[in-house]
Design a protein around this ligand. Structure first.
Ligand code: GRF
Length: 203
């Protein structure tokens, strides 16, 4: 059984999809804790299921590196986050993880991002795709590296952008792809169908 610690910053609808999948008896992974950098509303999804939650706030630390160290220590207290032990899933964490954190957790650290990377990395991916007049966009699940949304791609799914579409509606349509895609990727990592080490070394 693959142990997961998920990290979020917001409403956690992507997290909820993963939690729901993990409730199925035959799903080969379990979320053992959910962490955040803030009082994220989505932590409630975990609390309702009796899953541990924790908050590690950047403002309580003098540097991003220190914050990352504390976050990793918290993750490790749940038995995840050392090389080859479990999987860290950034499912809407709106912070860049420091290099040392990434180096220690890689390649068992994945992120879901609402664009077809390498197009539109960063926190405003949906707005950026609209502003650029893109005809299509989508979602990317990737291994986190030390850059901003630059790590090796695991899976992508795309959709067409409708004429005159607003950001909120487009983001929700992207999330409709994002939820099952992340669940599929986690399942395939857990069963060994996706080999993160191999993907990481073949970039
Ligand atoms: C997702 O689109 C994720 O890729 C992005 O933030 C969104 C989180 O959505 N980084 P939610 O909070 O899970 O609804």
């Amino acid at each position: 059984m693959l142990k997961i610690v998920a990290l979020i910053s917001g409403g956690g609808s992507i997290l909820k999809a993963l939690l729901d999948a993990c409730e199925e008896n035959d799903f080969p992974a379990r979320v053992v804790a959910v962490g955040s950098d803030t009082d994220a509303a989505g932590l409630e999804h975990a609390k309702k299921l009796g899953i541990n939650t924790f908050i590690v706030r950047p403002r309580d630390f003098s540097s991003r590196e220190e914050w990352g160290g504390a976050l990793l220590a918290e993750i490790r207290s749940h038995g995840v986050g050392t090389s080859e032990r479990g999987l860290i899933v950034s499912a809407g964490l709106m912070r860049i993880l420091p290099g040392e954190f990434v180096a220690e957790a890689a390649p068992f650290l994945i992120n879901t991002h609402p664009s077809l990377l390498p197009n539109f990395p960063g926190a405003t991916a949906v707005a950026d795709a609209l502003a650029a007049g893109a005809k299509e966009t989508g979602v990317t699940v990737h291994i986190v590296d030390s850059g901003v949304d630059t790590g090796p791609v695991i899976r992508q799914a795309k959709l067409e952008i409708h004429e005159g579409e607003a950001e909120a509606g487009l983001h929700e349509r992207i999330k409709q792809l994002e939820r099952p895609l992340l669940v599929d990727v986690v399942q395939e990592i857990a069963t060994g169908k996706i080999d993160l080490k191999k993907i990481n070394s073949s970039r």
